[in-house]
Design a protein around this ligand. Structure first.
Ligand SMILES: Nc1ncnc2c1ncn2[C@@H]1O[C@H](COP(=O)(O)OP(=O)(O)OP(=O)(O)O)[C@@H](O)[C@H]1O
Ligand SMILES: [Mg+2]
Ligand SMILES: [Zn+2]
Length: 493
């Protein structure tokens, strides 16, 4: 049963599999609860360990199995020295049976298990079944198992582990003590990697270890795997620039330069930088991921988030110019369009065209106007036309759907004194169909002969003082001032 062949190189994840609860990083709640229950002899028949990949579920299950059968220690931790601890560690114990739910998911297997359960443990107090990836079991296999968990002999302990808790039937869940494993924080992972470097005499830049920790998104196994990959090409000295070069990543300096070009609406420079980055061997998808990550960080920074673990880099490394030029709305839009770009790349005729479109749009980002801003501007124009003091477009206030009058009262306290209009009064600049024209339509509708004579379409324009129009009304003047560069052409009927 035991695997005895020793590989020439043992991966860090295996080498550093925790042997005691105290070595299990970032799962304090799980650890203290399990240790206490063992100390107090409160052993459940079934445990369910759930959580993201590579955060210690299988390791914890093995530690628990050892702890349950340890001959010496009663503190909750396995001693690691007694025969039981040793044989379980070596995978030689007949009392701890590890089953992979993914490959042994049949009902036959569950029945076999049922028979296995009838035999008491050989050396230890408990016979422990560790069923990994338990969500992969078939419904029938689950049903066959249920009976075991319902009334197992007192020496049986099941430990189920799963990354997909929602796929485990409620009937199983309700019979288990559940433990949710958490993602491990970047800081914790970085500290652990530092320790690994110290132990192995490896030099490593803090930034490089930080990058590995961040990339592993909370999974220590992923962190170890990436660490092994990086150290294999780093030759004893782990550096950020080498990682970027070897793994084809876009560095922060390049992203800053690109964002600055965009801040200046300088599309040619932005395109050149993009080309430079792609020519250096960065894949298009990776480029989009890095760029999206960059704009996300700017958005977080803009909103006062300064935690390095969230931003990915130290605050002072981001371009001040980009930060100054773009506000939250523009940054949101940038992130939005890059996320769209990433989705579109898969289905596109040319991923590169998608990226170029995105970069081109980014270089006009500072000019981009959001629908909310446009709505505010229009509302201002509307209230100016009504002769009311227009509420200045206030950042990104989204007004509830209420009538224009009450909305104005709400957003512009100064305008509250403006009397609400009791009856309809045509706004300044309003025009109405001329009487002649109306007559002509009525005549035609009644089957009358076509009238060849030209009639004016509109009647007079109403002004503030209800006098006939004789030029551009003053309210239109005000409107024009709100949209610099706009002109109104008079139409002749
Ligand atoms: N919390 C942790 N503390 C210390 N090491 C850990 C932790 N989580 C993971 N590791 C490291 O990652 C390796 C894999 O961990 P483990 O098998 O326990 O993860 P898992 O949660 O069962 O993952 P999966 O869901 O993929 O089965 C371990 O050998 C260990 O080196
Ligand atoms: Mg596992
Ligand atoms: Zn022991």
């Amino acid at each position: 049963m035991a695997v005895s062949a020793t590989p020439a190189f043992e991966v860090t994840a295996t080498k550093r599999r925790p042997k005691t609860f105290d070595e299990l990083a970032g799962q304090e709640f799980v650890v203290s609860t399990l240790k206490n229950s063992i100390k107090n002899g409160h052993i459940a028949h079934a445990y369910l360990f759930s959580g993201p990949r590579g955060c210690g579920k299988t390791s914890a299950a093995r530690i628990l199995a050892r702890s349950l059968n340890c001959e010496k220690d009663k503190s909750g931790e396995p001693c690691g020295e007694c025969d039981n601890c040793k044989s379980i560690s070596e995978g030689a114990s007949l009392d701890v049976i590890e089953i992979d739910g993914a490959s042994n998911n049949s009902v036959d297997y569950a029945r076999q298990l049922k028979e296995e359960v009838l035999f008491p443990p050989q050396a230890g107090r408990y016979k422990v079944f560790i069923i990994d990836e338990v969500h992969m079991l078939t419904t029938q296999a689950f049903n066959a198992l249920l009976k075991n968990i319902e009334e197992p002999p007192p020496y049986i302990v099941f430990i189920f582990a799963t990354t997909e808790l929602h796929k485990v039937p409620a009937t199983i869940k309700s019979r288990c003590q559940q433990f949710n494993f958490r993602l491990i924080s970047i800081e914790t992972i970085q500290d652990i990697l530092k320790k690994v470097c110290d132990e192995n005499g490896i030099n490593a830049e803090d930034d490089a270890l930080f990058w590995i920790a961040r990339e592993s998104t909370g999974s220590l196994r992923d962190a170890y795997t990436l660490f092994d990959q990086v150290s294999s090409f780093s030759g004893g000295s782990i550096r950020s620039d080498l990682i970027r070069e070897k793994l084809g990543l876009v560095g922060l300096e390049k992203l800053n330069a690109l964002a600055e070009a965009c801040a200046e609406n300088n599309t040619p420079v932005a395109f050149n930088l993009m080309d430079e980055i792609l020519s250096s061997g960065v894949a298009i998808e990776q480029f989009v991921i890095d760029l999206a990550g960059y704009y996300r960080s700017l958005l977080l920074l803009k909103n006062g988030v300064t935690r390095e673990s969230l931003l990915g880099y130290r605050v002072n490394l981001f371009s001040a110019q980009a930060l100054e030029t773009f506000d939250s709305i523009r940054l949101e839009q940038a992130l939005d369009l890059l996320l769209d770009c990433y989705r579109d790349i898969r289905y596109s005729v040319s991923p590169r065209f998608e990226l170029e479109t995105a970069v081109s749009k980014l270089s006009w980002l500072s000019q981009w106007v959001s629908p909310v801003e446009l709505k505010n501007a229009l509302e201002n124009a509307q209230s100016a036309l009504r002769g009311q003091a227009g509420a200045p477009a206030s950042g990104r206030t989204v007004s509830p759907a209420v009538s224009p009058v009450s909305r104005n009262v709400k957003t512009a306290p100064a305008a509250a004194s403006v009397p609400l209009q009791p009856e309809y009064r045509p706004p300044a600049g309003a025009r109405s169909l001329s009487e002649d024209f109306k007559r002509r339509i009525a005549n035609k509708a009644a089957g009358g002969a076509e009238d060849e004579e030209d009639v004016p379409l509109w009647d007079n324009v109403v002004k503030d003082n209800n006098e006939p129009a004789d030029g551009v009304p003053s309210q239109v003047d005000r409107l024009l001032k709100m949209f610099p560069g706009a002109t109104i052409q008079s139409t002749t009927e």
